[in-house]
Design a protein around this ligand. Structure first.
Ligand code: CO
Length: 208
């Protein structure tokens, strides 16, 4: 994909939008009111808006390597704070994907420099679920399950924030754990039972 082509594509997109609605960009510029905060992987194949069919203005997005929610990540904490407390989103989605390079790297014994501290959070997920993962027979099964468990633990990290705990009590906020399967293109809802997960963690992480 060359840079000149990107600007041509952009102009074609502008023309298309204006062709459908001459006020499209005027309306878009007036403000945003997204219903959804989507936290996903930076992987170029898992395009947040496209896989959800979301239009500009419909989803607030955070993407990083392996869809992590670290409480030391000022970007992630700021995005959650703004989305929940100011934009008042009612759904927070953590979406992982099978074949995730970040999760794969965390399963290997290799020094990856600056990626070490980032991927260590995934190793912590492995350690938390060591018993379950070690019962699986093949590396592929472990890899797929770790992708799912990583989504679950990042959802738990979302729930650990004060913004989300406050919103949980005062309105109908829901956290969703999804995995995208690139071999089919489908989004899979992991159907995590958050009431159950919450009961288990709130004794320790309760903030407000
Ligand atoms: Co990934």
């Amino acid at each position: 994909m060359n840079i000149d082509q990107i600007f041509k594509n952009n102009q074609a997109w502008v023309n298309e939008k204006l062709g459908n609605d001459p006020d499209y960009f005027k309306n878009l510029s007036e403000g945003q009111n997204p219903e959804v905060l989507y936290i996903g992987c930076s992987d170029s194949r898992v395009t947040a808006e496209e896989i959800m069919g979301a239009k500009p203005g419909e989803a607030f997005i955070l993407r990083n390597i392996a869809n992590m929610v670290s409480n030391l990540d000022l970007s992630a904490m700021s995005v959650i704070n703004y989305a929940v407390s100011h934009l008042k989103v009612n759904h927070i989605i953590v979406c992982g994907h099978y074949g995730c390079g970040g999760v794969k790297a965390a399963m290997q014994s290799q020094d990856l420099g600056i990626l070490n501290p980032w991927l260590r959070n995934i190793r912590d997920v492995y350690r938390l679920h060591n018993q379950e993962l070690n019962q699986l027979k093949t590396e592929e099964e472990k890899y797929r399950r770790l992708v799912e468990l990583n989504v679950q633990e990042q959802c738990v990290n979302v729930i650990k924030t004060a913004d989300v705990q406050i919103a949980y009590r005062s309105r109908n906020l829901t956290v969703h754990g999804w995995v995208m399967d690139m071999t089919t293109g489908k989004l899979i809802d992991l159907k995590i039972d958050f009431d159950k997960v919450l009961k288990g963690i709130m004794e320790i992480y309760h903030l407000d």
